[in-house]
Design a protein around this ligand. Structure first.
Ligand code: ATP
Ligand code: MG
Length: 424
């Protein structure tokens, strides 16, 4: 026998038992997005490699070691998207959506990064991203955070996530901070690990989010980014904090919060949880006013974030088991006897015509009533519809409540209405 071909490591199948909870979570997220007037944008999964190099920055983990890059048959270098912002900005410029316009957009879909797979970290994972263009903030920055806070309430996880906030200022402010930080790090090279030494010149701000506890201790004495902010960024940040205070959204200012990707400025934020082990960042984003111009468009302010759906699903399952997937089947239609299968299939269609929200599964493959009822239980149905030769002859059907065991014979023409009342 041939050897089984297996899925690629870190690229998961999502089986029916899981997709049901994913669907319910996604529909909750989309409903909230709709309530703020945001629109979906759908983008390709593959883009030209230089797009990501230019947008994300050459000296980032993503570009240095995580991208799935390949040559297509024409010899072009293409990359499976590691994130959604670059493609969204590319599309916005290409279709003239950004210049002098407001856009409030969201997208959902798979992203690809070659990382070491572990709980909450995969090679194909899914993000829901939101990007807003044409608004300077900080009011809109605050709205994005309010929107995410509404998500947490809707999913019942609000007590298990907390907001970390920072401003990384303008490009210039960051440049002068960078010099001060590098000068400090140079004095303490002996206390840095290899990763930090490498980043120290290529991308020194990334040293701030080193996970090494010794480095974190050392950083207590390092210059603070907050002391280097330009006046406008300082005001912007104060404005954002005031909006959040007014909205009653708690946050911690974390001066070491920077972002892995180069394109951010001013506002950066993360929603983190302690309920998922070390993969604790559920949602991360910030302002990126320079990116549109950097990718060849006319300058446009922008702010956005991306949420990791695998981590979100894990978190909902861990802390709010009440949030269950909707049932797959409510009604199971069993039939036995001559001519009953045709009658069953037609009755099922008629019920769906009048009661489209009902989830009705028809028994196929025959079997005696006992077998068929066992299948109804297996699918978790609450009600069984039963058709025998008598019922077919009389244009009736037996409606059996599978929880109470009560049953009743009703006219087929009435059954949909009957089910609607029974199932609410
Ligand atoms: P991390 O520090 O965890 O690697 P990141 O800074 O690389 O995160 P972003 O690029 O900001 O992550 O992506 C936004 C969100 O997408 C993350 O907060 C996380 O929830 C999710 N995410 C990122 N990489 C992965 C991955 N490999 N697997 C699952 N989710 C991920
Ligand atoms: Mg990462």
């Amino acid at each position: 026998m041939a050897k089984n071909i297996q899925a690629i490591r870190g690229m998961n199948d999502y089986l029916p038992g899981e997709t049901a909870i994913w669907q319910r979570i996604e529909s909750t997220l989309k409903q909230v997005l709709g309530s703020y007037g945001y629109s979906e944008i759908r983008l390709p999964i593959v883009e030209q490699t230089p797009l990501f190099k230019r947008a994300i920055g050459e000296v980032t983990d993503v570009v240095e070691k995580e991208m799935y890059t390949f040559e297509d048959r024409n010899g072009d270098s293409l990359t499976l998207r590691p994130e959604g912002t670059a493609g969204c900005v590319r599309a916005g410029i290409e279709h003239g959506l950004l210049y002098n316009q407001e856009q409030r957009l969201w997208y959902i879909g798979p992203m690809f990064r070659h990382e070491r797979p572990q709980k909450g970290r995969y090679r194909q994972f899914h993000q829901l991203g939101v990007e807003v263009f044409g608004l300077q903030g900080p009011d809109i920055d605050a709205e994005l955070i309010m929107l995410t806070a509404r998500w947490w309430r809707a999913l019942g996880i609000a007590d298990h996530v907390s907001l970390e906030l920072n401003s990384i200022g303008s490009l210039d402010a960051r440049a002068s901070y960078r010099d001060a930080l590098v000068a400090f790090l140079e004095q303490h090279v002996d206390k840095l690990d290899e990763d930090c030494k490498r980043r120290m010149y290529s991308n020194p701000l990334r040293v701030l989010d080193s996970k090494n506890p010794d480095v974190q201790t050392l950083l207590n004495d390092a210059p603070k980014l907050g002391d280097y902010l330009d006046e406008e960024s300082r005001e912007h940040f104060a404005g954002l904090c005031a909006y959040l205070d007014a909205a009653g959204i708690g946050y911690t200012v974390n001066q070491r919060l920077v972002r892995g990707l180069d394109y951010y400025n001013r506002t950066v934020f993360e929603w983190v949880t302690t309920s998922l082990g070390s993969q604790g960042t559920v949602c991360a984003g910030g302002r990126y006013d320079g990116l549109v111009e950097q990718l060849g468009g006319r300058a446009a302010p922008a702010v956005g974030f991306a949420m990791g759906l695998e981590r979100l699903v894990l978190l909902v399952q861990a802390v709010n088991p009440e949030f269950k997937a909707d049932s797959v089947v409510d009604i199971y239609l069993v039939a036995s006897g001559d001519g009953t299968q045709t009658a069953a299939m037609l009755l099922a269609e008629a019920v769906r015509d009048t009661f489209p929200a009902g989830k009705l599964m028809t028994n196929y493959g025959g079997g005696n009533f006992k077998k068929q009822f066992a299948r109804a239980d297996k699918w978790g149905a609450r009600v069984a519809l039963v058709l025998g030769e008598n019922e077919v002859a009389n244009r009736q059907v037996v409606v059996k409540d599978l929880r109470s065991g009560e049953q009743q014979t009703v006219a087929q023409s009435e059954v949909a209405t009957h089910l609607q009342t029974l199932l609410g």
